[in-house]
Design a protein around this ligand. Structure first.
Ligand code: MSP
Length: 655
């Protein structure tokens, strides 16, 4: 399994020469800052992995790149969760934020900065922005009544509701009246409409731009941006009125800017900001955020990039449905890189995607094991067999070699375009198509035939060299998605030190002749689909329900002893009960036991059983019972009395 160290090593050096001398760009990308009222799931992992891939790709292009993620830690919802966990809000948020960071580290996410809204460096910027907007007259005090959703942390409109529930949190809202501060959002509506008309791809894909434009066709109202501190103490007090704290969105959205300001790098990166979010938070990012930026005199973001949802069995993940998928479980099972590849390859950006484990396994087997892994194995195998594991120099290229070379050297351009168009699945498919073509090339050039004829030795050299070059190019292009495996591939090819940037993926012939290969384990072992399907068909055993923990002292209060059954007969007044007479050393006891449906009285006589000897006597249907016989029962109602494995005298204690 990959470790965080493997990834740390994998960071390629930025090179201004990449992309054929293209001027060095600047790229700043963000994930949403996630709420800390739940542990990270596959949805959070998708956006974060996506931004990790995109920023790795920009680094490969040689861009000056910055990647921000973090946690959203204020608000009622968090305070409630802390309460439920029996912690103070600060203790609670520290714990969950650490869990997010640990998850990202385990998944090899190379963020540059992790911002938490409870940090002073963030709060300071929030206060500054608020003050500026307030001084400009865009914030006023007023009363508001409406439907409030605690889950989404905002007032919702009647129209938005789906079956009476909030579209974002799926919770029913409650009616509230509150005196709050309001942000004059409505005033900016015409401006935002125009801005979106003039910048058709500011919110993309188009469906989400249309969603925001539709919202802008009707009054959007003013935005409540504060809560009374008495009611919601867990927030940032307003700089001009500390009886009120900021409303969660005003606080949260500013993270994208505050993280840069706190490092003094806002001039360098802010003009290039790209936000990545899912469709659930289009309204705050498409409507509130641009207007907040405008009112605060901060430049707008470049793009709001919106993806769909990962669905499980066609449904949204939710705790109550019990279908929440944890990224670390999958990473453990399938390996980090394979999991990352699946996430990127199986979601068409902008649309919802279906998650299934069979989907991951099939994707690994087809693309990673069959196509890529196979090309590497064959190439290394042939090099070992025919050239002592050493890469030969190429000789004159024939058209079939030229064609493969053309396919691979065109990839960086094609893949860049697909990345820029947010077509991540197609970008990967384009690389895999080339890999499949290389496999076909091997079949068509049939090196095993060439090897039989010493006169065709040069030709064999060229074919083998061409395969190595193809793999080298693929390793660069796939590095952002499968960083550890791309490194491993290069290690096995013996080209760890070959140039590593997008520009060199567009060149051919960079592997020096004489390079010694170092074959190792298969990059991506095949997953046994049948075994997987079988394992999934067997229902997960229900977890056992345990009683409250007791100490050894508590257990010591129960007196258990070996007894011998001397007599057993049906209870005179009850069908299900037997009356046993048992000997316990010097004593004899009468015990009423509910085992009549399972044992014939005669079968029990002479048996050694275990008795709870200090149970308070009770009278059962007129017969006094002086203890209880131990027996086990399964879910189907089968019953077995507990006996001794070897003979011990009755009266012996059981501990
Ligand atoms: N805290 C706010 C965001 C503030 S940003 C200034 C929030 N947090 S959240 O924890 O609910 O995260 C929402 C985000 O998690 C989505 O926008 C998306 O990035 C990710 N996803 C949550 N569920 C998802 C899926 N089922 N599928 C894909 N991504 C999902 O909203």
């Amino acid at each position: 399994m990959e470790t965080a160290e493997t990834y740390a090593e994998a960071r390629p050096e930025a090179s201004a020469e990449a992309d054929g001398g293209r001027e060095r760009g600047v790229y700043y990308a963000t994930t949403p800052i996630f709420y800390v009222n739940a542990a990270p799931h596959i949805g959070h992992a998708y956006t974060t992995t996506l931004v990790d891939v995109v920023t790795r790709f920009h680094r490969l292009r040689g861009d000056d790149t910055y990647f921000l993620t973090g946690t959203d830690e204020h608000g009622e919802k968090v305070a409630q969760a802390a309460d439920r966990a029996g912690k103070t809000p600060q203790q609670y948020v520290d714990g969950v934020a650490a869990q997010f960071r640990a998850t990202w580290d385990r998944l090899g996410i190379q963020y540059d900065e992790f911002i938490r809204t409870t940090e002073e460096r963030h709060q300071k910027v929030v206060r500054e922005v608020l003050q500026k907007v307030y001084d400009n007259g865009d914030i006023f005090y007023g009363e508001y009544s409406g439907l409030y959703c605690v889950g989404a942390e905002r007032f919702v409109t009647e129209k938005e509701l789906v079956d009476g529930r909030c579209p974002e949190s799926d919770e029913p809202p409650e009616y509230r009246t509150e005196a709050n501060y309001f942000f004059r959002m409505e005033k900016y509506r015409p401006w935002l409409r125009e801005t979106l008309e003039e910048n058709p791809d500011m919110i993309r894909p188009e469906r989400y731009r249309n969603e925001v434009l539709a919202m802008l066709r009707e009054p959007i109202g003013d935005l409540s941006i504060s809560r009374p501190r008495k009611r919601v103490p867990w927030g940032i007090p307003l700089p001009w009125d500390d009886e009120h704290v900021t409303y969660v969105w005003f606080d949260a959205l500013i993270n994208y800017f505050s993280a840069l300001v706190s490092k003094g790098i806002e001039e360098r990166y802010w003009p290039h900001v790209e936000h990545f979010i899912a469709k659930d938070i289009v309204k705050p990012h498409g409507l509130f955020w641009p207007i907040m930026l405008k009112a605060a005199g901060i430049e707008l973001y470049q793009h709001l990039n919106v993806h769909g949802y990962w669905l499980v069995n066609e449904r949204k993940m939710s705790k109550s449905l019990g279908n929440v998928i944890r990224p670390l479980d999958l990473q453990k099972k399938y390996g980090n890189d394979a999991f990352r590849y699946f996430l990127l390859r199986d979601m068409n950006f902008g649309l919802d995607a279906s998650f299934s484990e069979t989907g991951i396994a099939e994707r690994i087997n087809s693309d990673l094991a069959n196509d890529l892994g196979n090309l590497l194995n064959r190439t290394l195998g042939m090099l070992a067999r025919y050239r002592d594991g050493v890469v030969p120099a190429a000789h004159d290229l024939e058209p079939i070699d030229e064609e493969l070379k053309g396919t691979f050297t065109a990839l960086p351009g094609l893949v860049t375009r697909r990345f820029d168009d947010l077509q991540f699945d197609r970008a990967l498919e384009t690389v895999m198509e080339a890999v499949r073509k290389a496999n076909k090339y091997v079949s068509e050039t049939a090196p095993w035939e060439l090897a039989k004829d010493p006169a065709r030795s040069d030709r064999l050299d060229t074919v083998l060299n061409t395969c190595v070059e193809a793999l080298r190019c693929a390793s660069i292009l796939l590095e952002p998605v499968i960083p550890a495996k791309a490194r491993e591939l290069r290690k096995q090819l013996g080209i760890k030190r070959a140039p590593f940037d997008l520009g060199s993926a567009a060149q051919w012939g960079l592997v020096p002749a004489g390079t010694r290969t170092a074959p190792g384990d298969p990059l991506f072992p095949r997953i046994d689909l049948e075994a997987l399907e079988q394992a999934m068909a067997e229902p997960e055993p229900e977890p056992l329900e345990h009683k409250a923990e007791i100490t050894i002292h508590d257990f010591g209060q129960v007196e258990l002893r070996v007894v011998t059954v001397e007599k057993a007969e049906p209870h005179p007044n009850a069908d299900k009960l037997l009356v046993l007479s048992v000997r316990m050393g010097p004593e004899t006891r009468t015990v009423v036991s509910g085992i009549r449906e399972h044992y014939q009285p005669d079968d029990l006589v002479g048996k050694k059983l275990i008795l709870v000897a200090n149970l308070k006597p009770v009278t059962l249907r007129g017969v006094r019972s002086e203890g209880m016989i131990l027996a086990a029962e399964d879910e189907g109602g089968n019953l077995s009395v507990a006996t001794l494995e070897s003979d011990l005298p009755d009266g012996s204690e059981v501990r």
